[in-house]
Design a binder for this molecule. Sequence first.
Ligand SMILES: Cc1ncc(C[n+]2csc(CCOP(=O)(O)OP(=O)(O)O)c2C)c(N)n1
Ligand SMILES: [Mg+2]
Length: 360
Amino acid sequence: MNDDLGIYQVLAPSGELVRDLPPELDDDLLTRMYRWMVLTRTLDARMVSLQRQGRIAFYGPITGQEAATVASGLAAGESDWIVPALREGVLALVRGLPLVKALAQFIGNSLDDCRGRQMPCHASFAGKQFVSMSSCIASQIPHAVGIAMAARIRREHAVVLGYLGDGATSEPDFHAGLNFAGVFRAPVVLICQNNQWAISVPVAHQTASETIAMKGRAYGVPSVRVDGNDALAVHTATRRAVERARKGDGPTFLELLTYRVGGHTTADDPTRYRDETEVATWRARDPIKRLRDFLEQRGIWSSEQETMLNEQLQAEISAAVEEAEKAPPPSPSSLFDDVYHDVPRHLRDQREEMRRFIDG
Ligand SMILES: Cc1ncc(C[n+]2csc(CCOP(=O)(O)OP(=O)(O)O)c2C)c(N)n1
Ligand SMILES: [Mg+2]
Protein backbone atom coordinates (compact mmCIF):
# COMPACT_ATOMS: atom_id res chain seq x y z
CA MET A 1 0.00 0.00 0.00
CA ASN A 2 1.41 3.41 -0.87
CA ASP A 3 0.10 6.86 -1.48
CA ASP A 4 -0.21 6.64 -5.27
CA LEU A 5 -3.89 7.52 -4.90
CA GLY A 6 -5.11 4.42 -6.73
CA ILE A 7 -7.94 2.70 -4.87
CA TYR A 8 -6.65 0.20 -2.34
CA GLN A 9 -8.70 -2.98 -2.25
CA VAL A 10 -8.27 -6.39 -0.63
CA LEU A 11 -11.66 -7.94 -1.37
CA ALA A 12 -13.31 -7.59 -4.77
CA PRO A 13 -17.08 -6.97 -4.84
CA SER A 14 -17.49 -10.69 -5.65
CA GLY A 15 -16.05 -11.54 -2.23
CA GLU A 16 -12.78 -12.87 -3.78
CA LEU A 17 -9.37 -11.74 -2.49
CA VAL A 18 -7.45 -9.51 -4.89
CA ARG A 19 -4.27 -9.75 -2.80
CA ASP A 20 -3.01 -11.90 0.07
CA LEU A 21 -5.07 -11.70 3.23
CA PRO A 22 -3.10 -9.62 5.75
CA PRO A 23 -2.09 -11.96 8.61
CA GLU A 24 -3.73 -9.93 11.37
CA LEU A 25 -7.13 -10.60 9.81
CA ASP A 26 -7.61 -13.94 11.53
CA ASP A 27 -10.93 -15.78 11.70
CA ASP A 28 -11.80 -14.34 15.09
CA LEU A 29 -11.29 -10.74 13.98
CA LEU A 30 -13.12 -11.36 10.71
CA THR A 31 -16.23 -12.72 12.40
CA ARG A 32 -16.13 -10.06 15.09
CA MET A 33 -15.96 -7.38 12.42
CA TYR A 34 -18.87 -8.96 10.57
CA ARG A 35 -21.03 -9.17 13.72
CA TRP A 36 -20.47 -5.49 14.49
CA MET A 37 -21.35 -4.55 10.93
CA VAL A 38 -24.59 -6.52 11.08
CA LEU A 39 -25.38 -5.01 14.48
CA THR A 40 -24.84 -1.54 13.00
CA ARG A 41 -27.32 -2.15 10.21
CA THR A 42 -29.88 -3.87 12.44
CA LEU A 43 -29.70 -1.05 14.96
CA ASP A 44 -30.09 1.51 12.16
CA ALA A 45 -33.34 -0.05 10.95
CA ARG A 46 -34.75 -0.22 14.49
CA MET A 47 -33.76 3.35 15.32
CA VAL A 48 -35.28 4.78 12.15
CA SER A 49 -38.45 2.89 12.99
CA LEU A 50 -38.43 4.17 16.61
CA GLN A 51 -37.98 7.71 15.31
CA ARG A 52 -40.94 7.28 12.95
CA GLN A 53 -43.01 6.15 15.93
CA GLY A 54 -42.00 9.26 17.86
CA ARG A 55 -40.06 7.28 20.48
CA ILE A 56 -36.73 8.96 19.71
CA ALA A 57 -36.42 12.45 18.26
CA PHE A 58 -33.68 12.09 15.70
CA TYR A 59 -31.33 9.55 14.17
CA GLY A 60 -28.48 9.60 11.64
CA PRO A 61 -28.29 6.31 9.73
CA ILE A 62 -24.99 4.55 8.97
CA THR A 63 -26.38 2.04 6.45
CA GLY A 64 -23.95 1.55 3.57
CA GLN A 65 -20.99 2.75 5.64
CA GLU A 66 -20.65 -0.22 8.00
CA ALA A 67 -17.30 -1.37 6.60
CA ALA A 68 -15.81 2.13 6.66
CA THR A 69 -16.98 2.70 10.23
CA VAL A 70 -16.52 -0.64 11.96
CA ALA A 71 -13.42 -1.93 10.17
CA SER A 72 -11.51 1.31 10.70
CA GLY A 73 -12.53 1.59 14.35
CA LEU A 74 -11.44 -1.98 15.06
CA ALA A 75 -7.91 -1.03 13.98
CA ALA A 76 -7.49 1.21 17.04
CA GLY A 77 -5.94 -0.14 20.22
CA GLU A 78 -7.85 0.20 23.50
CA SER A 79 -5.97 3.25 24.64
CA ASP A 80 -6.12 4.98 21.27
CA TRP A 81 -8.57 7.84 20.91
CA ILE A 82 -11.60 7.97 18.68
CA VAL A 83 -12.88 11.38 17.64
CA PRO A 84 -16.11 10.58 15.79
CA ALA A 85 -17.89 12.75 13.23
CA LEU A 86 -21.53 11.95 12.39
CA ARG A 87 -21.58 8.25 11.51
CA GLU A 88 -19.30 6.52 14.00
CA GLY A 89 -21.50 6.25 17.09
CA VAL A 90 -21.41 2.47 16.95
CA LEU A 91 -17.70 2.60 17.80
CA ALA A 92 -18.70 3.60 21.33
CA LEU A 93 -20.46 0.22 21.54
CA VAL A 94 -17.36 -1.48 20.14
CA ARG A 95 -15.44 0.24 22.97
CA GLY A 96 -17.84 -1.31 25.47
CA LEU A 97 -20.63 1.23 25.95
CA PRO A 98 -23.70 -0.81 26.96
CA LEU A 99 -26.46 -0.67 24.33
CA VAL A 100 -28.94 0.51 26.98
CA LYS A 101 -26.73 3.53 27.64
CA ALA A 102 -26.54 4.35 23.94
CA LEU A 103 -30.32 4.13 23.65
CA ALA A 104 -30.78 6.25 26.76
CA GLN A 105 -28.66 8.89 25.01
CA PHE A 106 -30.92 8.71 21.95
CA ILE A 107 -33.92 9.23 24.24
CA GLY A 108 -32.15 11.72 26.51
CA ASN A 109 -33.35 10.25 29.80
CA SER A 110 -31.88 9.82 33.28
CA LEU A 111 -29.80 6.78 32.25
CA ASP A 112 -27.99 8.93 29.74
CA ASP A 113 -24.56 9.99 30.99
CA CYS A 114 -25.10 13.33 29.20
CA ARG A 115 -28.49 13.74 31.00
CA GLY A 116 -30.25 14.68 27.77
CA ARG A 117 -28.03 17.68 27.08
CA GLN A 118 -26.38 16.40 23.90
CA MET A 119 -28.11 16.20 20.52
CA PRO A 120 -29.88 12.84 20.25
CA CYS A 121 -27.80 10.17 18.47
CA HIS A 122 -24.53 11.76 19.61
CA ALA A 123 -22.78 9.06 21.60
CA SER A 124 -20.04 9.70 24.11
CA PHE A 125 -18.10 7.36 26.33
CA ALA A 126 -16.06 9.22 28.88
CA GLY A 127 -13.09 7.35 30.24
CA LYS A 128 -12.84 5.15 27.16
CA GLN A 129 -11.15 7.61 24.84
CA PHE A 130 -14.33 8.02 22.77
CA VAL A 131 -14.88 11.77 22.47
CA SER A 132 -18.47 13.01 22.62
CA MET A 133 -19.80 13.34 19.07
CA SER A 134 -19.99 16.85 17.68
CA SER A 135 -22.31 18.04 14.93
CA CYS A 136 -19.99 20.93 14.17
CA ILE A 137 -18.60 19.80 10.87
CA ALA A 138 -14.79 19.45 10.74
CA SER A 139 -14.32 20.38 14.41
CA GLN A 140 -13.02 16.81 14.76
CA ILE A 141 -9.86 17.51 12.81
CA PRO A 142 -8.17 20.10 15.07
CA HIS A 143 -9.50 18.19 18.09
CA ALA A 144 -7.98 14.92 16.86
CA VAL A 145 -4.67 16.55 15.97
CA GLY A 146 -4.57 18.39 19.30
CA ILE A 147 -5.29 15.23 21.29
CA ALA A 148 -2.56 13.46 19.31
CA MET A 149 -0.07 16.21 20.11
CA ALA A 150 -1.04 16.11 23.78
CA ALA A 151 -0.58 12.34 23.87
CA ARG A 152 2.87 12.71 22.36
CA ILE A 153 3.89 15.44 24.80
CA ARG A 154 2.75 13.21 27.66
CA ARG A 155 4.62 10.26 26.10
CA GLU A 156 1.47 8.15 26.14
CA HIS A 157 2.04 6.44 22.78
CA ALA A 158 -1.66 6.77 22.02
CA VAL A 159 -2.78 7.26 18.43
CA VAL A 160 -5.90 9.22 17.50
CA LEU A 161 -8.45 8.30 14.85
CA GLY A 162 -10.19 11.48 13.74
CA TYR A 163 -13.20 11.12 11.47
CA LEU A 164 -14.71 13.51 8.98
CA GLY A 165 -17.07 13.52 6.02
CA ASP A 166 -16.51 14.74 2.47
CA GLY A 167 -18.44 17.90 3.38
CA ALA A 168 -15.94 18.67 6.14
CA THR A 169 -13.16 19.10 3.58
CA SER A 170 -14.54 22.55 2.65
CA GLU A 171 -14.17 23.86 6.19
CA PRO A 172 -11.15 25.90 7.36
CA ASP A 173 -10.68 23.47 10.27
CA PHE A 174 -9.87 20.70 7.78
CA HIS A 175 -7.00 22.67 6.26
CA ALA A 176 -5.67 24.02 9.56
CA GLY A 177 -5.78 20.57 11.15
CA LEU A 178 -4.09 18.74 8.27
CA ASN A 179 -1.45 21.40 7.94
CA PHE A 180 -0.63 21.25 11.64
CA ALA A 181 -0.57 17.45 11.58
CA GLY A 182 1.76 17.47 8.59
CA VAL A 183 4.20 20.01 9.99
CA PHE A 184 4.36 18.59 13.51
CA ARG A 185 3.97 14.93 12.49
CA ALA A 186 1.13 14.35 14.91
CA PRO A 187 0.34 10.68 15.72
CA VAL A 188 -3.08 10.90 14.11
CA VAL A 189 -5.04 9.06 11.43
CA LEU A 190 -7.57 11.32 9.74
CA ILE A 191 -10.31 9.26 8.14
CA CYS A 192 -12.60 10.86 5.59
CA GLN A 193 -15.74 8.86 4.97
CA ASN A 194 -16.40 10.08 1.45
CA ASN A 195 -20.02 8.96 1.26
CA GLN A 196 -20.58 11.09 -1.86
CA TRP A 197 -23.02 13.51 -0.23
CA ALA A 198 -23.05 16.28 2.37
CA ILE A 199 -26.78 16.46 3.00
CA SER A 200 -27.93 17.54 -0.51
CA VAL A 201 -24.51 18.61 -1.84
CA PRO A 202 -22.84 15.99 -4.04
CA VAL A 203 -19.09 15.57 -3.77
CA ALA A 204 -18.65 17.04 -7.29
CA HIS A 205 -19.97 20.34 -5.89
CA GLN A 206 -17.88 20.04 -2.75
CA THR A 207 -14.54 20.17 -4.55
CA ALA A 208 -13.10 20.53 -8.04
CA SER A 209 -10.14 18.45 -6.88
CA GLU A 210 -9.72 15.11 -8.64
CA THR A 211 -9.68 13.29 -5.31
CA ILE A 212 -10.06 14.21 -1.67
CA ALA A 213 -6.97 12.19 -0.72
CA MET A 214 -4.69 14.47 -2.76
CA LYS A 215 -5.56 17.32 -0.40
CA GLY A 216 -3.81 15.44 2.40
CA ARG A 217 -0.79 14.94 0.19
CA ALA A 218 -0.67 18.68 -0.44
CA TYR A 219 -0.10 19.10 3.30
CA GLY A 220 2.71 16.55 3.28
CA VAL A 221 0.55 13.87 4.89
CA PRO A 222 0.77 10.43 3.25
CA SER A 223 -2.69 9.77 1.86
CA VAL A 224 -4.44 6.65 0.65
CA ARG A 225 -7.70 6.16 -1.25
CA VAL A 226 -9.44 3.05 -0.04
CA ASP A 227 -12.47 1.10 -1.20
CA GLY A 228 -14.61 2.00 1.79
CA ASN A 229 -17.05 -0.83 1.18
CA ASP A 230 -14.24 -3.37 1.47
CA ALA A 231 -13.94 -4.07 5.19
CA LEU A 232 -10.60 -5.85 4.78
CA ALA A 233 -9.03 -2.95 2.87
CA VAL A 234 -10.38 -0.39 5.35
CA HIS A 235 -9.07 -2.35 8.30
CA THR A 236 -5.65 -2.97 6.78
CA ALA A 237 -5.16 0.62 5.64
CA THR A 238 -6.19 1.97 9.04
CA ARG A 239 -4.02 -0.51 10.88
CA ARG A 240 -0.95 0.37 8.82
CA ALA A 241 -1.64 4.05 9.48
CA VAL A 242 -2.03 3.42 13.23
CA GLU A 243 1.25 1.48 13.27
CA ARG A 244 3.05 4.31 11.41
CA ALA A 245 1.74 6.88 13.85
CA ARG A 246 2.68 4.74 16.85
CA LYS A 247 6.24 4.32 15.58
CA GLY A 248 6.59 8.09 15.37
CA ASP A 249 6.32 8.26 11.58
CA GLY A 250 3.54 10.84 11.68
CA PRO A 251 0.03 11.25 10.35
CA THR A 252 -1.88 9.52 7.56
CA PHE A 253 -4.97 10.69 5.71
CA LEU A 254 -7.41 8.06 4.45
CA GLU A 255 -10.18 8.70 1.97
CA LEU A 256 -12.70 5.87 2.25
CA LEU A 257 -14.95 5.70 -0.82
CA THR A 258 -18.38 4.68 0.35
CA TYR A 259 -22.01 5.76 0.12
CA ARG A 260 -24.72 7.04 2.42
CA VAL A 261 -27.58 4.74 1.43
CA GLY A 262 -30.14 6.29 3.79
CA GLY A 263 -31.15 9.88 4.40
CA HIS A 264 -28.70 12.33 5.92
CA THR A 265 -30.76 11.99 9.10
CA THR A 266 -34.38 11.15 9.87
CA ALA A 267 -35.08 14.86 9.18
CA ASP A 268 -34.04 14.46 5.54
CA ASP A 269 -35.75 13.15 2.39
CA PRO A 270 -32.97 12.24 -0.09
CA THR A 271 -35.45 11.48 -2.90
CA ARG A 272 -35.82 15.27 -3.23
CA TYR A 273 -32.26 15.70 -4.50
CA ARG A 274 -30.71 12.47 -5.73
CA ASP A 275 -31.36 9.86 -8.34
CA GLU A 276 -32.55 6.48 -7.09
CA THR A 277 -30.48 4.69 -9.76
CA GLU A 278 -27.34 6.00 -8.03
CA VAL A 279 -28.58 4.54 -4.74
CA ALA A 280 -29.31 1.21 -6.46
CA THR A 281 -25.77 1.13 -7.92
CA TRP A 282 -24.27 1.53 -4.47
CA ARG A 283 -26.69 -0.88 -2.83
CA ALA A 284 -25.28 -3.49 -5.20
CA ARG A 285 -21.84 -2.80 -3.65
CA ASP A 286 -23.13 -3.68 -0.19
CA PRO A 287 -20.19 -3.94 2.24
CA ILE A 288 -21.96 -6.46 4.48
CA LYS A 289 -22.79 -8.85 1.67
CA ARG A 290 -19.22 -8.62 0.36
CA LEU A 291 -17.74 -9.64 3.71
CA ARG A 292 -20.37 -12.33 4.26
CA ASP A 293 -19.61 -13.90 0.85
CA PHE A 294 -15.93 -13.98 1.79
CA LEU A 295 -16.57 -15.51 5.22
CA GLU A 296 -18.79 -18.17 3.67
CA GLN A 297 -16.20 -19.00 1.01
CA ARG A 298 -13.67 -19.35 3.81
CA GLY A 299 -15.98 -21.73 5.65
CA ILE A 300 -16.24 -19.60 8.79
CA TRP A 301 -19.82 -18.41 8.33
CA SER A 302 -23.07 -20.20 7.44
CA SER A 303 -26.72 -19.34 6.89
CA GLU A 304 -27.49 -21.02 10.25
CA GLN A 305 -25.08 -18.64 11.98
CA GLU A 306 -26.62 -15.74 10.09
CA THR A 307 -30.11 -16.68 11.28
CA MET A 308 -28.89 -17.06 14.85
CA LEU A 309 -27.08 -13.74 14.74
CA ASN A 310 -30.16 -11.94 13.42
CA GLU A 311 -32.39 -13.46 16.10
CA GLN A 312 -29.88 -12.67 18.81
CA LEU A 313 -29.47 -9.05 17.69
CA GLN A 314 -33.22 -8.46 17.41
CA ALA A 315 -33.72 -9.84 20.93
CA GLU A 316 -30.78 -7.86 22.33
CA ILE A 317 -32.01 -4.60 20.81
CA SER A 318 -35.62 -5.19 21.91
CA ALA A 319 -34.51 -5.86 25.49
CA ALA A 320 -32.29 -2.77 25.51
CA VAL A 321 -35.07 -0.56 24.08
CA GLU A 322 -37.47 -1.85 26.73
CA GLU A 323 -35.02 -1.17 29.52
CA ALA A 324 -33.99 2.25 28.23
CA GLU A 325 -37.59 3.37 27.79
CA LYS A 326 -38.36 2.54 31.45
CA ALA A 327 -35.99 5.22 32.71
CA PRO A 328 -37.59 8.53 33.73
CA PRO A 329 -36.45 11.86 32.28
CA PRO A 330 -33.45 13.53 33.94
CA SER A 331 -34.49 15.35 37.13
CA PRO A 332 -34.98 19.09 36.47
CA SER A 333 -32.45 19.96 39.16
CA SER A 334 -29.76 18.03 37.23
CA LEU A 335 -29.66 21.15 35.05
CA PHE A 336 -27.47 22.67 37.71
CA ASP A 337 -25.02 19.76 37.90
CA ASP A 338 -21.72 19.11 36.16
CA VAL A 339 -20.65 22.66 35.38
CA TYR A 340 -19.28 24.01 38.66
CA HIS A 341 -17.54 21.98 41.32
CA ASP A 342 -18.84 24.51 43.88
CA VAL A 343 -22.19 25.74 42.62
CA PRO A 344 -22.19 29.56 42.87
CA ARG A 345 -24.72 31.29 45.08
CA HIS A 346 -26.91 32.69 42.28
CA LEU A 347 -27.31 29.22 40.78
CA ARG A 348 -28.01 27.67 44.19
CA ASP A 349 -30.76 30.28 44.59
CA GLN A 350 -32.21 29.45 41.18
CA ARG A 351 -32.10 25.73 41.97
CA GLU A 352 -34.01 26.35 45.22
CA GLU A 353 -36.54 28.52 43.42
CA MET A 354 -37.08 25.79 40.83
CA ARG A 355 -37.55 23.15 43.54
CA ARG A 356 -40.14 25.32 45.30
CA PHE A 357 -41.92 25.85 41.98
CA ILE A 358 -41.97 22.10 41.22
CA ASP A 359 -43.10 21.15 44.73
CA GLY A 360 -45.91 23.70 44.34
C1 LIG B 1 -19.86 24.00 10.87
C2 LIG B 1 -21.13 23.41 10.38
N1 LIG B 1 -21.68 23.86 9.24
C3 LIG B 1 -22.84 23.33 8.78
C4 LIG B 1 -23.47 22.34 9.48
C5 LIG B 1 -24.77 21.72 8.98
N2 LIG B 1 -24.47 20.35 8.52
C6 LIG B 1 -24.76 19.28 9.29
S1 LIG B 1 -24.29 17.84 8.56
C7 LIG B 1 -23.71 18.66 7.20
C8 LIG B 1 -23.10 17.92 6.06
C9 LIG B 1 -21.98 17.04 6.45
O1 LIG B 1 -21.53 16.32 5.35
P1 LIG B 1 -20.30 15.38 5.45
O2 LIG B 1 -19.17 16.08 6.09
O3 LIG B 1 -20.07 14.83 4.08
O4 LIG B 1 -20.77 14.23 6.46
P2 LIG B 1 -21.93 13.15 6.26
O5 LIG B 1 -23.19 13.77 6.78
O6 LIG B 1 -22.02 12.83 4.81
O7 LIG B 1 -21.51 12.00 7.08
C10 LIG B 1 -23.88 20.04 7.33
C11 LIG B 1 -23.49 21.02 6.30
C12 LIG B 1 -22.87 21.92 10.69
N3 LIG B 1 -23.42 20.96 11.42
N4 LIG B 1 -21.71 22.45 11.11
MG1 LIG C 1 -20.67 13.05 3.27
